[in-house]
Design a protein around this ligand. Sequence first.
Ligand SMILES: [Zn+2]
Length: 204
Amino acid sequence: MAQPSNSGGGVDNTFRKKFDREEYLQRARAREEKEAEAGKRTKSSGPPVQRKPLKHRDYEVDLESRLGKTQVVTPIAPLSQQAGYYCSVCECVVKDSANYLDHINGKKHQRALGMSMRSERATLEQVKDRFEVLKKRKDTGGFTEQDFDERILKQQQEEEERKRQRREKKKEKKKEKTVVEEEPEIDPDVAALMGFGGFGSSKK
Ligand SMILES: [Zn+2]
């Protein structure tokens, strides 16, 4: 191990310890007082946090996928399986669709996503571009060819997803059925003796 460098020679390295106690005590007290005063003001508002401006929602809000379904709800079930709309960002359940929309558009939720409630100020270019897009839409009677393609693609994807879900459900049902059918079968002779052998056995 290397020896500390201050161990050698006659160098006076004690100068650090010769500070004026009284002076520093006073300074510390003064600083504490200052901080206490400032703390009263800043504690309530907290440090300023830079949040991003609001932006478009880039997904469809799903309000209807569980409509008309029956589900057993127990108080010990995880929040995501409770009655109502579950917000995975804030980990809370909202009781109905209107309140859910209010929630995901609300301050608390946007804050959790790292956004302030301010929207970005659009530049001149952005406004011009937007006008161009809207103009093109008007010319082609509602929507552009690109819009049309996008819509068709989206519908196809949604249809695929629905089919997949249906297939999975069928699979699950089949599994349940096979489980039920695997119960021990009654011996046909015993069944005949007991008088419920079915249509075929009555001919014997
Ligand atoms: Zn939320």
